[in-house]
Design a protein around this ligand. Structure first.
Ligand SMILES: *Cc1c(COP(=O)(O)O)cnc(C)c1O
Length: 240
């Protein structure tokens, strides 16, 4: 089954979204079966540029996790969400924007420095929250992408694990485009290694990787959250 990504977001109808979601669910289930996995993979709907009507419709189909990229856009749409879903922040995050989202999201995937984690900790503390975070890893070493390098990971995680109001739940990555499985394999190894060797990471349970073009491979290598935008809502006319 394939999603109808060939349509633009504007052309994509509610019926298309329904069929796309069924296709994604089936592809995830198949990939899990092939990988002999019996745990869970959470399908996240990535909402950037998508109007609230379509997001609410996706929620009515059973999607219960939304991924937000841009603080401004999120704040503008947030009021119109149906409140059923869990919301995670997945985009690049500047420290001075943390205060706007801290009480609206239950996890931040894009933590790429101990400094950012410290600010999340400070703001979470002000709200009496304990915010779940993922450390973003720049697995392809690309200059254009955020994330700590694999060699910096443990050092950063150690500092972050000492913060009172954040909890490290795992790792996130956006690998180089092109779908090369070696990056997902490397992330799985990094994740398992971190979990087994370091007591301050022994509780990690979340590996956020895989987008519309490569989520089947990501599931093969242990992803627990796949982040799907265009594969549900149609392709975007501009990239952000
Ligand atoms: C846009 C985006 C996605 C979804 O990308 P698609 O290719 O449209 O599925 C996933 N993760 C992040 C961090 C994104 O910015």
């Amino acid at each position: 089954m394939t999603e109808r990504i060939s349509k633009s977001a504007e052309e994509t109808t509610l019926e298309d979204i329904k069929l796309n979601y069924e296709a994604v669910r089936q592809n995830v289930a198949e990939a899990m079966y092939k990988a002999n996995r019996r745990d869970k993979v959470h399908i996240m709907a990535v909402t950037k540029t998508v109007p609230c009507e379509k997001i609410n419709y996706a929620e009515s189909l059973g999607i219960d996790l939304l991924g937000e990229n841009r603080v401004q856009e999120f704040l503008g749409k947030y009021e119109n969400y149906s409140e059923k879903s869990e919301i995670h922040f997945i985009g690049g995050l500047q420290k001075n924007k943390v205060k706007y989202i801290i009480d609206k999201v239950s996890m931040i995937h894009s933590v790429d420095s101990a400094d950012l984690a410290a600010e999340i900790n400070r703001r979470a503390g002000q709200h009496g929250l304990n915010t779940d975070i993922l450390i973003e890893v720049n697995i392809g070493g690309e200059l254009s992408k955020g994330g700590v390098s694999p060699t910096e990971l443990i050092e950063t995680a150690k500092v972050v694990s000492g913060l009172e109001n954040v909890r490290i739940r795992g790792l996130m990555t956006i690998p180089p485009a092109g779908g090369n499985e070696k990056y997902f394999a490397a992330m799985q190894e990094l994740f398992e290694n971190a979990k087994q060797k370091y007591s301050f990471l022994s509780g990690i349970d979340t590996l956020s990787m895989g987008m519309s073009g490569d989520y089947v491979s990501a599931v093969k290598y242990g992803s627990t959250i796949v982040r799907i935008g265009s594969g549900l809502f149609g392709y975007r006319n501009y990239s952000i």
